[in-house]
Design a binder for this molecule. Structure first.
Ligand SMILES: Nc1ncnc2c1ncn2[C@@H]1O[C@H](COP(=O)(O)OP(=O)(O)OC[C@H]2O[C@@H]([n+]3cccc(C(=O)O)c3)[C@H](O)[C@@H]2O)[C@@H](O)[C@H]1O
Ligand SMILES: Nc1ncnc2c1ncn2[C@@H]1O[C@H](COP(=O)(O)OP(=O)(O)OP(=O)(O)O)[C@@H](O)[C@H]1O
Ligand SMILES: [Mg+2]
Length: 250
């Protein structure tokens, strides 16, 4: 199937999901990164009059917000621009203060706790908008991120639909070019933007090319040390790809 046709099939799938759910439209968080750029273009195609992008800055790099605005403008989607640092800080301060008082705070985990809370504040915020508009929340995870569990459970992973779930990261880039996403977004390194200088590949210790190769069953093309990293990420994140375990009926 050629790329244009593949895109049209996924757009039709989004339309079908809206209709099956008796929903009114689709909504996505727009970060200024490539995955949410592609999803923004797809949902605008699926629901031209009933789609929305939400920018949710939390101690974010201002350049990411500018890139998010380029996406919004590029696909001409309705949007909200929200600054969420205050509510996020409020919860983080409250919890850390109480844990500190009881000598329970694990300072070494704080950066990740802060990062994951940002993703979960965004999830709560976008569902607040989605509830009110009757829209479904569209996630941006691709096959490489799902395979490695490189997302926050119930954060950016807390969504209703995952249109990019079968695409490798390379294919996401190809779709971005096909859809006409701004080149500033195509040219920057994928990042969760959760701390200064963070990039996906640095944090994971491997590359999207290698993860894509594993996802596509080309394990023989991946050096052993990278296979070990990717297999460990996959194993440790198994719980993220399932609903919560339940005990048997005793
Ligand atoms: N075996 C198990 N069975 C059931 N649940 C299990 C579990 N092990 C941990 N858990 C639960 O899962 C939690 C850990 O998972 P989680 O909270 O997701 O946290 P975690 O996987 O530690 O961190 C999230 C990762 O995703 C990255 N990320 C986040 C957001 C966006 C992006 C991006 O690409 O934009 C990337 C982030 O940089 C980080 O590397 C634990 O606190 C525990 O509650
Ligand atoms: N500042 C933000 N505003 C709105 N949504 C955000 C923001 N940061 C993250 N998100 C949401 O979380 C998702 C996961 O982030 P992720 O970094 O994996 O994707 P991306 O930024 O779109 O692509 P890239 O891989 O290029 O960084 C985003 O696609 C977006 O939906
Ligand atoms: Mg990003």
């Amino acid at each position: 199937m050629d790329r244009k046709e593949h895109i049209e099939k996924v757009v039709q799938w989004l339309k079908d999901k809206v209709s099956e759910a008796h929903a009114k439209g689709l909504i996505v968080g727009v970060s200024g990164g490539i995955d949410s750029a592609v999803v923004s273009y797809l949902i605008k195609k699926a629901c031209p009059e009933n789609s929305m992008g939400v920018i949710m800055s939390i101690k974010s790099n201002p350049k990411d917000r500018e890139d998010a605005l380029k996406v919004i403008e590029g696909c001409n989607i309705e949007y909200l621009d929200l600054e969420l640092a205050e509510p996020q800080n409020m919860i983080l301060d409250l919890v850390t203060e109480k844990l500190r008082e009881k000598n329970l705070l694990k300072e070494e985990y704080l950066r990740m706790t802060d990062a994951n809370l940002r993703a979960r504040i965004r999830m709560s915020t976008i569902y607040t908008v989605a509830n009110d508009l009757g829209y479904l929340v569209v996630g941006t995870d691709n096959a490489a991120e799902i395979h490695t569990g490189y997302f926050t459970k119930h954060g950016d992973g807390g969504v209703d639909l995952l249109p990019l779930a079968n695409l490798t990261k390379r294919e996401v880039f190809e779709w971005a070019k096909e859809l006409g996403v701004h080149e500033d977004i195509i040219n920057k390194a994928p990042s969760a933007g959760l701390w200064e200088g963070q990039t996906d590949e640095n944090e994971m210790g491997t590359t999207y090319d290698y993860i894509d190769a594993v996802v596509e069953g080309r394990r023989d093309e991946v050096p052993k040390e990278h296979l070990e990293i990717i297999d460990r990420l996959h194993r440790n994140s198994e719980h993220k790809r399932h609903t919560a375990p339940t005990p048997p009926k005793f």
